[in-house]
Design a protein around this ligand. Structure first.
Ligand code: KG4
Ligand code: ZN
Length: 355
């Protein structure tokens, strides 16, 4: 089985070719073109601009993924594409490209929910890779999934990205239950907005983390919104307001480093508390992290510490950093395990698709 995965839901244009031989999945190519430099210049994503960049990149990225994998269209068994959620202009580019290729090449087309795709990055374990940077494109190839290391069910997924914060219980492939999510800002969005308040560049998460290393979280008192609520929902906009109030209060003298450390600790405390609560309630065997914030070291460290105290042996799965942010490999991996193919003419981009 050889599958082409296409992803264009936000500001990354990505395509990857993966093979599956008896559940041994190999990444033959994984190409990502990002307009992150543009977003950094404007301090965030401008949807129309992101869509224009998608149009410029989609064909070259798909061509490069196929040529790096040394796979021609006649060798492909199927195509998987993100059909939502995301920015409509960006989504349309990948979906229409995939529909056209599936029709012209006569291949089955598998529509993939982007949020599920993020979790399927955990089914890809990289053994060896070749990194090659060329302008804004990131390429990585020759990667292998080690089957003994795969998540086992029941598995709890925590998706923490710039646009999403979701807790999902997986009892099998295609069998999952949405437990809760953010009611306002996503965890990554909170990092990004607070970084902006601190005059740090976009994306803000890694910048806050770097600054936090030199600070003391105990020096600043920040709220832990909804940490004690009985549900599995989150809320991060109040935290951003608290940070804004501290910065705007001229009578308070607070070190930037301490504020960054306190913010990171507050976000991590809420994420870890709710995740551990769900792990206990549903007696899961694994916890899977997914999304850009899964690269946060404090989150991984604190979660690992708390997992040790659980009664049931629980392992933590975290995708390699390249597979935490948007990429085509996770969409192709999800394509192998999830939905069957659909009629290309019936697949529509759905910006507000849920789990
Ligand atoms: O998954 P992703 O590309 O976003 C969406 O698809 O929505 O992740 C980007 C997000 C940004 O908000 C960024 O600030 C955050 O992930 N991020 C981090 C770290 N690295 C990236 N947040 C905290 N700590 C990090 N090390
Ligand atoms: Zn994403």
């Amino acid at each position: 089985m050889i599958i082409l995965g296409i992803e264009s839901s936000c500001d990354e244009t990505a395509a990857a070719v993966l093979t599956n031989e008896n559940n041994r999945i190999t990444i033959l190519s994984n190409v990502v073109a990002t307009s992150a430099k543009l977003q950094a210049k404007y301090g965030g994503i401008i949807p129309e601009q992101a869509a224009r960049e998608q149009i410029k990149s989609i064909i070259p990225v798909i061509e490069e993924a196929l040529s790096m994998a040394q796979v021609t269209s006649n060798k492909l068994d199927s195509i998987a594409v993100t059909y939502g959620p995301g920015l409509i202009g960006s989504l349309l580019v990948g979906v229409e490209a995939a529909k056209t290729l599936a029709t012209v090449w006569n291949k089955p087309l598998i529509p993939v929910n982007h949020l599920l795709g993020h979790f399927y990055a955990n089914w890809i374990k990289i053994e060896s890779r070749v990194m090659n940077h060329e302008s804004s494109k990131k390429m990585l190839g020759l990667s292998t999934l080690v089957t003994s290391d795969l998540p086992k069910f029941p598995s709890l997924g925590l998706l923490v990205s710039g646009g999403h914060t979701n807790l999902v219980l997986f009892t099998d492939h295609n069998k999952y239950k949405y437990l809760g999510g953010t009611r306002d800002d996503a965890a990554g969005e909170c990092f990004d907005k607070c970084a902006r308040l601190l005059n740090l560049p976009y994306p803000g998460g890694p910048e806050i983390s770097k600054l936090a290393l030199q600070g003391n979280a105990l020096q600043v008192d920040l709220p832990r919104p909804m940490i004690k609520s009985k549900d599995y929902d989150f809320s991060f906009s109040g935290l951003k307001t608290a940070v804004a109030n501290i910065i705007g209060n001229s009578e308070l003298i607070v070190q930037r480093e301490d504020l960054a450390a306190a913010l990171e600790q507050a976000i991590v405390d809420v994420l870890v508390t709710k995740t551990i609560k769900a792990a206990k309630e549903f007696k899961v065997k694994n916890i899977m992290l997914a999304g850009g914030v899964a690269a946060n070291q404090k989150l991984k460290d604190d979660l690992r510490l708390k997992i040790k105290d659980l009664r049931i042996k629980t392992t933590l799965h975290v995708p390699s950093p390249e597979l935490c942010t948007d990429n085509g490999a996770m969409i192709a991996a999800a394509g192998f395990f999830t939905k069957p193919a659909a009629d290309p003419f019936k697949i529509q981009a759905d910006p507000s698709l849920t789990l």
